[in-house]
Design a protein around this ligand. Structure first.
Ligand code: PLP
Length: 376
């Protein structure tokens, strides 16, 4: 009986989703702490590009003092969008706020992709873009990056301009990431210029742009390109990963449509208040960003001293990608975990046998280096 029931239920699920690989869960920090038998403050968490300095104290205070937790949030995030307009120098009506940048990726996919449509990504890159194609029943065309992580613009152009192939139409959507997760490299302006001539929507994910050299953002370009959207988040630079606040800058024709499909209460009041307070306290937050940028350079230099590690130079983000030579990166990750140091392991094309290490506080770099020294 049980078997028949579950078969019946399975029949109701969209077949393209039923075949999806299950999501590999990221264990809550408390669970990791229990498993390793270490209190959270003794775990060096360098696996998710979180901000080790945490949020602005003013962001925390803003939540605690907010008197209307029992009232639904403003569906239009009016106050936050106005503050963001001021921060970015773009009109507020081009900005949409989401439950993290992740929600905006999801909404863009739902807006653009019908089942059977094609979408492009350039791996190795952030995994949410591929998921976005899958949940919409879209055909994902991956255009791998070169060994130095630069984009194969010629190949993207051929695919976007060429004849429909493989039973699907021209791709409608291209996700790019700058700085790219996991290598930390920036998207060259000349590449984006070429890609914006293609007949598709280009989304540039700038989740880590605050860690990059000044002037690297493409937000100012949105005003001149009807097919460019730029995504940002408070998760990394402002230390609000747990509160889920991201935003995007969109051309008017896209923004107008996104408003229709956005869940009305997607941004909660705690996140909204914290984001506003973060913008008001950005001098403090950006001083932490500056510390992380300096520490990134030290982390890179420290990693480069180990003969079995080959860090990728030039990260403009808050992490360093590292090739592991002559030993198994997965085992190295597990050995580090035993020492209370968490890093991210990759075993995918382009980043096979690699670790991605987030930039932490100086003492966290020291703990990592000490653990690595024990493994030489
Ligand atoms: C962390 C990350 C995000 C997620 O941002 P949220 O606002 O926390 O959803 C988006 N894009 C990239 C490339 C990321 O690494």
């Amino acid at each position: 009986m049980q078997g028949v029931m579950s078969q019946e239920i399975k029949r109701l699920i969209r077949p393209e989703l039923a075949g999806l690989e299950p999501y590999v869960p990221i264990h809550p920090f408390e669970v990791v702490s229990r498993r390793l038998g270490r209190p959270p403050e003794q775990i060096v968490k360098l696996d998710a590009n979180e901000n080790p300095y945490g949020p602005s104290p003013r962001a925390v205070e803003a939540i605690v003092r907010y008197p209307w937790l029992h009232i639904y949030p403003d569906p239009q995030s009016t106050e936050l969008r106005e503050a963001l307009a001021d921060y970015l120098g773009v009109p507020a009506d081009r900005i949409l706020v989401g439950n993290g940048a992740d929600e905006l990726i999801d909404l863009i996919g739902r807006l653009v992709l019908s089942p059977g449509d094609a979408m492009l990504d350039c791996p190795p890159t952030f995994g949410m873009y591929a998921l976005c194609a899958a949940v919409n029943g879209a055909h994902l065309i991956s255009v791998p990056r070169r060994p130095d992580f630069s984009l194969d613009v010629d190949a993207i152009e051929r695919l976007a301009e060429g004849q429909p192939a493989g039973g699907c139409d021209r791709p409608k959507l291209l996700f790019l990431c700058s700085p790219n997760n996991p290598d930390g490299g920036l998207l060259p302006a000349a590449d984006l210029e070429r890609l914006l001539r293609l007949p598709l929507l280009v989304v540039v994910d700038e989740a880590y742009i605050e860690f990059a050299r000044p002037g690297a953002s493409f937000v100012p370009w949105v005003a001149h390109h009807p097919n460019l959207a730029v995504l940002r988040t408070f998760s990394k630079w402002a230390g609000l990963g747990g509160l889920r606040v991201g935003y995007g800058v969109f051309p008017p024709a896209i923004a107008e449509q996104l408003w229709k499909i956005k869940p009305p209460y997607n941004v909660n009041v705690a996140g909204s208040r914290a984001a506003l307070a973060s913008l008001a306290d950005r001098e403090y937050l950006l001083s932490n960003v500056a510390r992380l940028v300096a520490e990134r350079e030290r982390l890179y230099a420290e990693l480069a001293r180990f003969p079995f590690l080959e860090p990728v130079p030039g990260s403009q983000s808050n992490f360093v990608l590292c090739r592991v030579l002559d030993r198994d990166a997965r085992q190295l990750k597990l050995d580090l975990e035993e020492q209370g140091v968490l890093v991210r392991h990759f075993a995918k094309p382009g980043v096979d046998n690699c670790l991605r290490i987030s930039v932490g506080r100086p003492e966290q770099t020291d703990a990592l280096v000490e653990a690595l020294c024990a493994m030489v």
